[in-house]
Design a protein around this ligand. Structure first.
Ligand code: C5P
Length: 248
């Protein structure tokens, strides 16, 4: 491998494509198209509700890793049980809401560690959602959270780290503050990525791929800018090139 193909491979592995479709057949078409252009596929609520656990098996059979994006938020015991099942499904990453409390995150971490030990399973990385990228300061005020949005993100990131989580989901704009507070080894995964010229959709706190990586993101999640492009494979490759730029 040459140095440039090596860095391209590092960049590719950082790109997670959101399989935001309603059927396994549609997901399958996208996996065929993008399997060698992205690093991982994200299965979210729509696809999981329509197709269930078999879709995860399917993505893995096609040779790709899965980020299960169900954003668990419930009482500690319920979330811990769901986290154990996600682990048994063999996903590489799954997430829950940091606002569900330290007790909820700690119990999930403990349960996942235990099931990995007793059933000899691979440990998924567990990420906590801080503040959704579709939310802005006025939305936050409306649900009773006063103060700066960035402070709320960092507060939740620290709570997640201190509860044993591996990292967080946050908008590109807060990466630097999270890095500073939580250190280099804490994973930061960021949606809300919009390459130059693409539509923001319902995302409010966005950045380009190179910029997100420069600020210290470990992974970027991209959905519509790839899926809705005239040539999704070219769009994915363009984003990987932008990640390369951000790395160098
Ligand atoms: O289409 P788009 O690129 O906006 O897709 C972003 C994906 O990331 C969506 O599947 C969305 O559910 C997810 N996501 C998000 N904000 C978070 C966590 C996940 O937009 N905080």
């Amino acid at each position: 491998m040459t140095a440039s193909s090596e860095i391209y491979e590092v960049a590719r592995r950082k790109l997670i494509f959101a399989l935001d479709v309603g059927t396994i057949a549609e997901a399958d078409e996208l996996i065929t198209l993008l399997g060698d252009s992205v690093g991982m596929f994200k299965v979210g609520k729509q696809l999981f509700m329509s197709s269930g656990p078999p879709v995860i098996e399917h993505v893995k059979e096609r040779g790709s890793e899965v980020f299960l994006d169900l954003k668990f938020h419930d009482i500690p015991r319920t979330v811990a049980r769901a986290a154990m099942e996600a682990t048994r499904l063999g996903v590489s990453i799954f997430n829950l809401h940091a606002s569900g409390s330290a007790a909820m995150m700690r119990e999930a971490v403990r349960s996942v560690d235990r099931v990995c030990r007793t059933e000899k399973l691979e440990r998924p990385r567990m990420l906590a959602v801080t503040v959704l990228t579709s939310i802005d300061a006025s939305d936050l005020r409306a649900i009773g959270v006063d103060g700066e949005l960035d402070d709320q993100v960092v507060r939740l990131a620290l709570l997640a780290r201190d509860s044993g989580m591996d990292g967080v989901v946050a908008s590109p704009r807060e990466i630097a503050a999270i890095r500073e507070a939580c250190g280099r080894d804490f994973i930061v995964l960021t949606p809300g990525i919009r390459p130059a010229g693409s539509d923001k959709g319902d995302q409010k706190r966005t950045a380009g791929p190179a910029d997100a990586i420069r600020r210290g993101a470990d992974y970027v999640v991209v959905g519509r800018p790839i899926r809705d492009a005239g040539d999704p494979r070219a769009a994915a490759r363009q984003i990987v090139e932008e990640i390369v730029e951000g790395l160098s």
